[in-house]
Write a protein that binds this ligand. Sequence first.
Ligand SMILES: *[C@@H]1O[C@H](CO)[C@@H](O)[C@H](O)[C@H]1NC(C)=O
Ligand SMILES: *[C@@H]1O[C@H](CO)[C@@H](O)[C@H](O)[C@H]1NC(C)=O
Length: 398
Amino acid sequence: MRLWIILGALAVTMPALPAEITRNKNRGRGSMWWGIAKAGEPNNLLPMSPTSLHIEPAVYSTLRRKQRRLARENPGILSAVKRGAKQAIVECQHQFRNRRWNCSTKNFLRGKNLFGKIVDRGCRETAFIYAITSAAVTHSIARACSEGSIQSCSCDYTHQSRASSAIRDWEWGGCSDNIGYGFKFSREFVDTGERGRNLREKMNLHNNEAGRAHVSAGMHQECKCHGMSGSCTVKTCWMRLPNMRLVGDNLKDRFDGASRVLVSNSDRLRDSSNAIMSNSASNSVHNRRDGLGRKHRYNFQLKPYNPEHKPPGQKDLVYLEPSPPFCEKNTKLGILGTHGRQCNDTSIGVDGCDLMCCGRGYKSQEIIVIGRCNCVFHWCCEVKCDVCAIKKMIHTCL
Ligand SMILES: *[C@@H]1O[C@H](CO)[C@@H](O)[C@H](O)[C@H]1NC(C)=O
Ligand SMILES: *[C@@H]1O[C@H](CO)[C@@H](O)[C@H](O)[C@H]1NC(C)=O
């Protein structure tokens, strides 16, 4: 009798999560554009004539209809998106270089996701991928605007138009990175296909927004002195984007402290009431044009899995399910495993051989690397080194 009750309880509570996650077959549909990082050159630079606007087929195939329209309407934008996607890969692989899951990418093919099947899950790693790609695109668009490589945007001069105060001893001037444009464009382009209709789409939207929030929050003032002989009597200032490394570091911190969120019944009810509301609106095209639907999209609060935890904040990463161990190769799940990975035999962290090799053990080899040694500083200003063979121990997981 007691056993029956336990099984009954399990049957009610356990399957709710996996079912919700796996039911949505289109979960990766908002993310195919990541492939642009490895597709051919976008060839969407500032056109000499309107007819020279042409998008490479390989690039074209990664884009959804709305993204193609955005690319057509904003010459120069695809190059910036591509730069952002590449930067996201570099940053992700840097942040995860010493972890079991190391953010490896696949050769991009139509229909395959750049980051592989990990995207089909809803774990912390998935959250990081969404946040870093959204952040990197926001960043590269904002920078491309101020560099003048996108036709439809420029430097952000809004600071200058605000009344310059007599109290300040400096002036807004120069060219600010256009975070406003980058933020808005990223929402339009990156969030295409994530309508927030189910928990998984809400997870993606939340993490995309978190990525953008970290870029915004890192905007800082830079100034230059124009006074005679280095004096700072005349100073101009502008707003500069944070370095992508800083954004990556901060998102990695949020990865470590990510919030697990929940499918709650009230959430499902709200989903269906939203659907009813938008269906009953006089017509959906009108709804889309006036931006009502779009604003609505970000208007939700995710619930923490553990009711004792506080709800996730704007800059937090959120996930739905625990990460797989990433220890053994599993092609079905797109996991490479850690056999053959290098590890650190003195570290007790995730890069240490114990954790990296999942207790399987490791082998140690002495290798010889050619490097610079006996460096001497010569006045002035040169460093001279010898080239020598240096012995080094490396450890690899069995
Ligand atoms: C990631 O790890 C796999 C083995 O698990 C390895 O083949 C690959 O080169 C690594 N990628 C990067 C970018 O470090
Ligand atoms: C290995 O880990 C130790 C302890 O964390 C660290 O001091 C050392 O620099 C690491 N070695 C390498 C090669 O990363």
